[in-house]
Design a protein around this ligand. Sequence first.
Ligand code: MGD
Ligand code: MGD
Ligand code: MO
Length: 769
Amino acid sequence: MNVKRYPSLSHWGAFTAVVADGRLQACEPFERDPAPSAILQSMPGMVHSPLRIARPAVRKGWLERREGADRAARGSEPFVEVGWDAALELVTEELARMRGQYGATSIFGGSYGWSSAGRLHHARTLTHRFLNAGGGCVNQAGNYSWGAAQFLLPHVIGTYAPVTGRVTDWKNVAAHTRLFVAFGGLPLRNTQITSGGAGEHSTPRWLEQARRAGVRFVIVSPTRADVPAGLDARWIPIRPNTDTALMLAMVHALLADGRHAADFVHTHCAGFDRFADYVAGRADGQPKSPEWAQGICGVPAAEIRALARQAAGTRTLLTCAWSLQRAHRGEQPYWAVIALAAALGQIGLPGGGFAFGHASMNGVGNPRPGVAAPEMSAGANPAGKSIPVARIADMLLQPGEPFEFNGRTDVYPDIRMVYWAGGNPFHHHQDLNRLLRAWSRPQTIVVHESWWTPTARRADIVLPATTTLERNDIGGSSRDRFVLAMHKALPPQGQSRNDFDIYRELAARGGFEDAFTEGRDEFQWLRHIYAGLAANWRGGGFEVPEFDAFWRAGYLELPEPAQDFVLFGDFRRDPAAHPLKTPSGRIEIYSERIAGFGYADDCPPHPAWIPPAEWLGAPAAARYPLHLVTSQPADKLHSQLDAGAVSTAGKIHGRERVQLATADAARRGIADGDLVKVYNARGACIAAAVVHDGVMPGVAIMSTGAWFDPAGDALERHGNPNVLTLDIGTSRLTQAPSALSALVEIAKWEGEAPPVRAFEAPAFAGRAA
Ligand SMILES: Nc1nc2c(c(=O)[nH]1)N[C@H]1C(S)=C(S)[C@@H](COP(=O)(O)OP(=O)(O)OC[C@H]3O[C@@H](n4cnc5c(=O)[nH]c(N)nc54)[C@H](O)[C@@H]3O)O[C@H]1N2
Ligand SMILES: Nc1nc2c(c(=O)[nH]1)N[C@H]1C(S)=C(S)[C@@H](COP(=O)(O)OP(=O)(O)OC[C@H]3O[C@@H](n4cnc5c(=O)[nH]c(N)nc54)[C@H](O)[C@@H]3O)O[C@H]1N2
Ligand SMILES: [Mo]
């Protein structure tokens, strides 16, 4: 057997692809990775899976009647396989027709999604690059990961860099932090992933170093599973979406005890006094006391007081998982944690202050010099139009309607054509039954995919894309010290082509090939991207080999920085010399700018408790008494590799699991392993119950990622929780997704459950020339 080995990279880690007889046999973890992810083991099966899209395919009705076809038949009608030439001609004609008849803002090219770790062949970037070069499109602003933070934090601290990963680093934490309070916990499952790819899974070793250094951990979360195994941490169970009340009450306790940092809030903050008035209840008559908070968040008042005292008495770092802001009113916990950290007065001190996402992704807080990661440019969008990323269904359902966003009022464009490559909206969006209705609005939907995902099945024109293993690329992340060469290990499977080549050919047909390629082929682009990286690193004082040496070695490594990074260390030392990029130059605990937007009911000018639309204290809880938390899946990245060996091994009766507390299960006659129906007014899905007492009563937890498998009547068979989630913006300020604010009820599934069809290829109605 002729065995070959190729260096490669994925968002779940670097690896060596072992290939024999034209097939991927194994993915061996990168030798420099101390904690590789098991997700790698799903790749061999998936790369050669019968779910791969073999040839270009066109929905039958669309092929026959184009814009006259029944758009609601997407997903149920068979496909006709066509040759590449015919497929590319159809896409070219449609784009030209749209641009000619309706203009660039009739084409939605947001294409949100993760696609590959390789940066040249990053499908979403290439989609933007292609559509921008061809005249523009409607794009998306922000992301599902930390969209509320992205648009809130600049008003408060002048930057959103702390959610891109630049927070007080772990080395500094181990050396200086004594108390580490993690709202949303430290679920190590999430640190399997780095956007752009991890050379080294570093979070486990840094956490271990902090533990050995004697840092005490407090985990505030609705589930004990957010306490990493082996960490002797205190678990404080909390009702979902109520951390703001807990944080406000901690400030109340500090103020009441006179333990707050009166000097710091005076020298480094703006508007703390007005916020303190609110906390004291001087305006609304309601002191935000620990007793008040207990009634909301379920944490005993005495415990809130004790935590506030403990935090004030030692060096304390407060960190919030990104999940806290992926919820209705998600701005508030992020602003409140900054206000609490300000009251503690340790912002900018070693090991103190606030941070975000220390375990939301690998590499957050990883000590790394602040130089660039490899990048591919998408160019500017001549149409100059975008919507907040999570408002896609609103946009498709309400063309011409106004919406507010970050101080501006805009109007939803009238979308006739949707173009998607490298994302799975039937994974990532909320209230998928509503998205189905929205999806039936556009005339034409084009998708590039490698597999028959729920989104590919719901397209009119499907173009088969290669996977990372079938092309050459370069990958890396600004949170990781390694940059990886990704060698082509396999020929394109079936008739698939690289997204780059698909767009190059489409650009050629449209007469703008040079604008898309800038005259470079794959290797010329890799050299070009590398040259940009090398120049940046050399400017930072690092030695970098020539491209060919890098390509042969398979990777490039940055040394650990000599100096710790402390968030806002400079500003702390000298706020006049290092002002923040806020209107006052300080941390804005009260924001005049946000006050000017007039969003008082959903984003007032200081952190506040405003009940979310759905939470355990909402009126709807009488009918749907369980708060559904949807977390990131341990055994895959989002919906990627859901049909793979690692993910399918974790399913029960082929379905996603739902975790619930023993008392909640008993009350409903549900036993561990039972199939259940999880439902609310928006929809229902079938899941398998996992019953234990590591979940707070009143809470149900499901991982995202099961491929959407609707059976009609709003029943989803596979356990995709996004049929249940709420599709509204977090607030008019940031319009981010409210995925984590959903109430549900659960009942035992009686009788035979309909079989899961998610992993069957769609029906074909023949092949055209
Ligand atoms: N309820 C709920 N919903 C959520 C979340 C939550 O916490 N709760 N989390 C949200 C978050 S943070 C995120 S980031 C989103 C993630 O949402 P997505 O990024 O949309 O999810 P993925 O499953 O990663 O989708 C990527 C798709 O790209 C395809 N792909 C991979 N490589 C290539 C390629 O080279 N070319 C092409 N053409 N396609 C490729 C994959 O097959 C896959 O179908 O989900 C969001 N949705
Ligand atoms: N294995 C794996 N890792 C991943 C991903 C993946 O798909 N798979 N996706 C990656 C991506 S794109 C992103 S953006 C990050 C997301 O990172 P996060 O947003 O941090 O991840 P989540 O799993 O959504 O939530 C983390 C924890 O928050 C807790 N939580 C939920 N709601 C609340 C609340 O109201 N209060 C408190 N105190 N806790 C709460 C949940 O118990 C959950 O375990 O994960 C990344 N890591
Ligand atoms: Mo994300």
